[in-house]
Design a binder for this molecule. Structure first.
Ligand code: THU
Length: 161
């Protein structure tokens, strides 16, 4: 038997270390938390996408009394961007979360379903999507979703694709 080790490269930095574009994207994600509809969890998530034409598109989590029908901020933003601009690749996604009167100390990481959707976006446009996970204590960034979703399932796993 062989053992395969998988490593992920995660950059760790603070807001002070960001260039102006990254600051702008993170600010857009933070601002998007104010538009979350989260009466059940009271966990307000915002996502901001940087498209390849420089445009920033945001989304927030949209909850439902039938809990499983809730949609995360990341997927709200991605599905909106892909339906409005089907030919524009996504370069980056920044994520922030606000709960109990403040932004979270820890970085807000995307859930498994959102990782799968971001992976599809990478495959669709053939370009990596960097994921910026904001936290007051530190910001985590990966240069591709593959760092957060190793051995991902994609079209290559389907027959005749
Ligand atoms: N949520 C997101 O919007 N994004 C994530 O990546 C994690 C979870 C939302 C879903 C739900 O409305 C609330 O946060 C609590 O799980």
């Amino acid at each position: 038997m062989k053992v395969k080790n998988i490593t992920a490269k995660i950059q760790v930095y603070t807001i002070e270390e960001c260039d102006s574009l990254k600051k702008k994207l993170i600010e857009a994600a933070k601002e998007a938390t104010t538009r979350a509809y989260a009466p059940y969890s009271k966990f307000h998530v915002g996502a901001a996408l940087l498209l390849e034409n420089g445009e920033i598109v945001t989304g927030s989590n949209q909850e439902n009394a039938a809990y499983p029908t809730t949609l995360c901020a990341e997927r709200t933003a991605i599905f909106y961007a892909n339906s409005q601009y089907p030919d524009l690749a996504v370069k980056s996604i920044a994520i922030a979360a606000f709960a109990d009167g403040d932004f979270t100390e820890e970085s807000c990481a995307p859930c498994g379903s959102c990782r799968q959707v971001i992976s599809e976006v990478e495959n669709r446009f053939g370009k990596p999507v960097s994921v910026i996970m904001y936290g007051k204590k530190h910001i985590y960034e990966v240069s591709s979703i593959q760092d957060l979703l190793p051995l991902s399932f994609g079209k290559e796993n389907l027959p005749e694709n």
